[in-house]
Design a protein around this ligand. Structure first.
Ligand code: NAP
Length: 296
């Protein structure tokens, strides 16, 4: 295997939306791949990626895109992984590294793992960075700078392959952490998946209110609602797939959240101001820690 700091000969990005196109831009800027190709089912997406000049070639067929690639990155919604992996399996080059950017990680081993041929290395990854926008125009090269990228290699993965992927993300400006896929899915269920679900719920509740109240919701949204609408504007397909593919961990967090919400409901009903103030004081400290960790 080439050295960990050597550029890849050809990087194939399967899917070229927010994350894929950010990766394409960043790979190019840092000279980490001599050739960058992509695939996407929609002709308009492929044309846009070419027009933006972020890839050298764009294919409709995923299998064609991975031919001769020593780095393959799945950048599609997680629900497409099984079909994508089955489609590219026969065209992967021996020695190639297959990685991904999906927001859930156990599903990668389950859906992609069985299709990876002998001699090809699977190193699942998740850049914990994003925005509520989608598509090739939404990406930018700096997206990963100062953010974490979590790698979840299954037991027995070549350490050199893991190190090459880790070196790639570090070169893009990310901090890298390696962890077990199950642990990743639990942590992200509370830090990312549940907050998105809550945002979708609040905004959904508001859209069910009678028309007169709805217009007030928009008018006075700066009271807090506005911040939820940003999160609730995130890609519907991507988030559908996150919840369907991290079911157990998300259901567990919803259960805990529901219990805590009920406790707050009770505190409000019984006028237990001290309980409310205690919680709000503790949560304020969490915000401070995030700012100190430069993750704000
Ligand atoms: P996106 O902007 O909607 O882009 C998805 C891309 O996948 C599009 O180019 C789409 O092509 C392509 N695609 C869909 N099905 C495909 C298939 N079967 N074969 C090849 N390409 C296919 O989504 P994104 O936000 O970049 O998310 C991509 C992945 O990154 C997801 O797994 C998500 O969990 C993960 N992620 C997202 C964020 C975030 O904040 N958005 C953060 C971290 C990780 P068409 O345009 O032709 O449909």
């Amino acid at each position: 295997m080439p050295g960990k700091d050597e550029p890849f000969a050809r990087a194939a990005l399967i899917g070229i939306g927010l994350i894929g196109s950010s990766l394409a831009r960043a790979l190019r800027r840092h000279g980490l791949a001599r050739e960058i190709v992509c695939s996407a089912p929609t002709a308009a997406t492929r044309a846009k990626a070419m027009e933006l000049g972020i890839v050298d070639r764009a294919f409709a067929d995923n299998a064609e895109a991975v031919l001769g690639a020593d780095l393959v990155v799945l950048c599609t919604p997680v629900g497409a992984y099984a079909e994508v992996a089955a489609g590219i399996a026969g065209s992967l080059t021996p020695g190639a590294i297959v990685t991904d950017v999906g927001s859930v990680k156990q599903a990668v081993v389950r859906d992609v793992g069985p299709h990876i041929p002998e001699g090809v290395h699977l190193v699942p990854g998740h850049p914990v960075a994003g925005t509520e926008h989608s598509g090739p125009e939404a990406g930018f090269a700096e997206l990963f700078v100062g953010r974490w990228c979590i790698l979840t290699p299954p037991a027995g993965t070549s350490p050199e392959a893991v190190e090459r992927v880790a070196a790639l993300w570090r070169a893009l400006g990310s901090n890298v952490e390696v962890m077990d896929a199950g642990h990743h899915d639990k942590v992200l269920a509370i830090t990312s998946h549940l907050p998105h679900l809550i945002a979708y719920t609040i905004v959904g509740t508001a859209t069910d209110l009678e028309a007169a109240t709805q217009s007030e919701v928009i008018k006075f949204s700066a009271g807090g609602f506005r911040d939820f609408t940003r999160i609730a504007a995130s890609d519907p397909v991507m988030w559908r797939d996150v919840f369907l593919n991290n079911r157990e961990a998300v259901l567990e967090m919803i259960q805990r959240f529901t219990e805590d919400l009920t406790a707050l409901q009770r505190a409000i009903r019984w006028g237990e101001g001290e309980k409310l103030q205690d919680l709000f004081t503790r949560t304020r400290a969490i915000r401070r820690s995030i700012i100190e960790a430069k993750q704000a």
